[in-house]
Design a protein around this ligand. Structure first.
Ligand SMILES: NC(=O)c1ccc[n+]([C@@H]2O[C@H](COP(=O)([O-])OP(=O)(O)OC[C@H]3O[C@@H](n4cnc5c(N)ncnc54)[C@H](OP(=O)(O)O)[C@@H]3O)[C@@H](O)[C@H]2O)c1
Length: 205
């Protein structure tokens, strides 16, 4: 059992937090909106707690579950409180019309977070290719991850595996931009006939 800290109190915080406690983890929620963090902690139950937004999170793994446009600000707001933490960037920086990405190659949200976070923090992109409502179904699914630290990726992969999310390592943090495009691919396939009860995966043939 691990303590997982989640910054944010929206749909993905709910989906990851609920799945985490179902699989035996302890969840701490930090949000700029303390009341909504408390409401989500009550909903998740199983000892979920509310931390102080801006203070040092309890978990070694900190899931940044805010909108893409706010992720860098949130990490900057926490500053040295995130020293030594593994920051999991789940964001999909879609453009307003959903036709592309606001991030660019070499400057994915994950790389922007890495440039902002304390040097001792490690950033792993993960969970962005999974719809929240699909995670909530608690079925086995595939999940991609990318990052530069083998140790941090191993810890995030172990967390994913514990949730029945098969970790598929896509490579270094430069691959985070490909994963952000994969988020758009997921939505495109869902909208174009497959429907939204959908998860991306890979098959070994
Ligand atoms: N929903 C999905 O299926 C899905 C799938 C994959 C990835 N994602 C990604 O996951 C992230 C969260 O998505 P969501 O669906 O959970 O969104 P959501 O339900 O709208 O929740 C967003 C959360 O981010 C917080 N937030 C937004 N801007 C912020 C800022 N500048 N500073 C601090 N907190 C801020 C919001 O706080 P307030 O309540 O105070 O506004 C809220 O807690 C997004 O980056 C999204 O691209 C979503």
């Amino acid at each position: 059992m691990t303590t997982i800290s989640i910054i944010g109190s929206g749909n993905m915080a709910a989906a990851i937090g609920t799945r985490a406690v179902k699989h035996g983890h302890t969840v701490e929620l930090l949000s700029r909106n303390t009341a909504s963090a408390q409401a989500l902690a009550d909903q998740i139950g199983d000892g979920a707690t509310v931390g102080t937004f801006g203070a040092r999170p309890a978990g070694d793994i900190v899931v940044v579950a805010v909108l893409a446009g706010g992720a860098v600000d949130v990490v900057s707001h926490h500053g040295d409180a995130l020293a030594g933490k593994i920051l999991v960037d789940i964001t999909n920086p879609f453009t307003a019309d959903g036709s592309g990405l606001a991030s660019t190659a070499g400057n994915s949200v994950a790389e922007q977070i890495a440039a902002t976070a304390p040097d001792s923090a490690q950033v792993v992109k993960a969970f962005n290719t999974l719809f929240g409502h699909v995670l909530a179904q608690d079925k086995p699914v595939d999940g991609f991850l990318a990052g530069d630290s083998a140790e941090a990726k191993a810890q995030v992969a172990a967390f994913m595996q514990s949730l029945d999310v098969r970790p598929l390592d896509a490579g270094p943090l430069t691959m985070a931009h490909a994963l952000e495009w994969a988020g758009l691919l997921l939505v495109g396939v869902a909208r174009s006939g497959a429907g939204f009860d959908l998860a991306l995966g890979a098959e070994v043939v």
